[in-house]
Design a protein around this ligand. Sequence first.
Ligand code: I22
Ligand code: ZN
Length: 199
Amino acid sequence: MLEQRIQQHFIDSADLKYQAAQTLSKPIAAAVQAVLACVTSGGKVLACGNGGSAADAQHFSAEFVGRFERERPELGAIALTTDSSILTAIANDYDYQRVFSKQVRALGQAGDVLLALSTSGNSANVMAAIEAAHEREMSVVALTGRGGGKIGAMLRETDVHICVPHERTARIQEVHILALHCICDGVDAQLLGEQEPTT
Ligand SMILES: O=C(CO)[C@@H](O)[C@H](O)[C@H](O)[C@H](O)COP(=O)(O)O
Ligand SMILES: [Zn+2]
């Protein structure tokens, strides 16, 4: 019974990935170009999200600053989810909605990219971060699900929307992390050539 349940998770996740490969390859390629243009002109990526998406923001930033699969020059990325003093001060003195937007206003510069993750597309603090990024003339790469929610409606033509066609948070997150790895791989391929990684 339990094993069957587990197998169903694998099957559902694999099915969604097969299905999403078609629809998401275009926006993911656009995200690679947006991020590449940003880092090759001295910009950086600011990444944010809640819960599992906070972990994804950190995971992506680690691979950008450290490395993905191949050696390459360090690329600028900061997860806005990690400094507990900043997060608690803003949440305590203002409200939780502003924990990312105030950091975007503090750190964001024109040409930087905001990587905004929300499976529902409706997290208020991620929406506020997008608003702040637009104010700073940054572009936005948004990873969402469930039709994109309110975030889908607030994106600009020049932003990139990777919207996973599913309703369930866990499934959407599983495709988000795949998309983030595709972005890391795509940036490396553009910078270093198409050769296959050895690790
Ligand atoms: O990882 C999970 C569920 O799989 C949770 O921690 C989940 O990320 C949290 O409930 C988030 O607060 C959901 O926010 P969002 O994806 O709707 O923006
Ligand atoms: Zn999760």
